[in-house]
Write a protein that binds this ligand. Structure first.
Ligand SMILES: Cc1cc2nc3c(=O)[nH]c(=O)nc-3n(C[C@H](O)[C@H](O)[C@H](O)COP(=O)(O)O)c2cc1C
Length: 203
C-alpha cells in the first residue's frame, strides 16, 4: 500500500514536518511492503495561486496545467492521501488551500454540469487529515471550531468529491504541549493508516 503524505509548512524543523515523518515511520514499521512519498509543498515550490488557466479547467475549456496534472498523478498512484498542516485562522494554510483549489479540479475530482448535475469522482480515495493547532480544546469547543472545520474541510471538500475521510484529527496545544505526545500520536496514526482503511472497507 502506498501513502502520499502532503505537508504544508515552510519550516522543515516544524512540528508539522515531524508529524509527517512519524506517520511515514509508523506505516513503514507496520509492513515493510508499505511505501510513502512526502510531498513537501513549500520545498517543492508548489504555486497555490488559482490562475486564469485553472479557471479554464474549471469551465472545462482546457486541460489542467502540467503542475496540477503532476499532483493529480501522485494522488492517483496512492492508496491513501494524508494531509498534515498547521491550523491557520481555524482552517488550513493558504498553501494547502491553494493546492486543493487547483488540484481538486472539475473533470478530475468531480464532474459538474448544469444539465448533468454532480458526479463525485474520488470515491476510491481514502483521506487522513491531521491538523496541528496552537489553541486548546476548550477554545475549539467553545466556538465549535471542531464542527466548523469538519463541515468546511471533511464534508465541504472531500465528501463533495466522494472521497472518504478515514482519519480527522486535530493535535492541539502545539506550542505548549510536549511535542513527544503529538509525535507518538502521529506514529500510531501511521501504524493504523491502512488497517483503518481496510476495516472501513469491510464494514
Ligand atoms: C498565521 C497563523 C495563524 C494561526 N491560527 C491559528 C488558529 O486559528 N488556531 C490555532 O489553534 N492555532 C493557530 N495558529 C498556531 C499554529 O497552529 C501553531 O503555531 C502550529 O500548529 C505550530 O506547529 P508547527 O511547529 O508545525 O508550526 C496560527 C499560527 C499562525 C502562524
Amino acid at each position: 500500500m502506498h501513502a502520499l503524505i502532503v505537508v504544508a509548512h515552510p519550516e522543515p524543523t516544524s512540528l508539522s514536518h515531524g508529524i509527517a515523518a512519524r506517520i511515514a515511520e509508523g506505516l513503514s514499521l507496520t509492513d515493510p511492503g508499505n511505501s510513502y512519498e512526502i510531498a513537501d509543498l513549500a520545498a517543492e515550490g508548489f504555486d497555490p495561486r488559482f490562475s486564469a488557466a485553472d479557471l479554464a479547467v474549471h469551465r472545462t475549456q482546457a486541460s489542467p496545467p502540467a503542475d496540477v496534472a503532476a499532483e493529480q498523478a501522485r494522488i492517483d498512484g496512492a492508496d491513501a492521501l494524508v494531509l498534515v498542516f498547521p491550523v491557520y485562522w481555524w482552517s488550513m494554510p493558504s498553501l494547502l488551500k491553494g493546492w486543493i483549489d487547483r488540484v481538486f479540479s472539475n473533470g478530475w475530482a468531480f464532474d459538474f454540469s448544469l444539465d448533468g448535475g454532480l458526479e463525485k469522482k474520488l470515491r476510491h480515495l481514502k483521506v487522513h487529515l491531521i491538523g496541528v493547532g496552537g489553541a486548546d480544546a476548550r477554545t475549539y469547543t467553545r466556538h465549535d471550531y471542531f464542527g466548523a472545520m469538519k463541515t468546511q474541510i471533511d464534508h465541504g471538500i472531500f465528501d463533495y468529491c466522494g472521497a472518504r475521510v478515514v482519519t480527522s484529527e486535530l493535535l492541539l496545544d502545539s506550542e505548549t504541549q510536549d511535542p513527544a505526545l503529538h509525535l507518538d500520536t502521529a506514529r500510531s496514526i501511521g501504524r493504523n493508516l491502512f488497517k483503518t482503511s481496510q476495516s472501513c472497507e469491510a464494514a
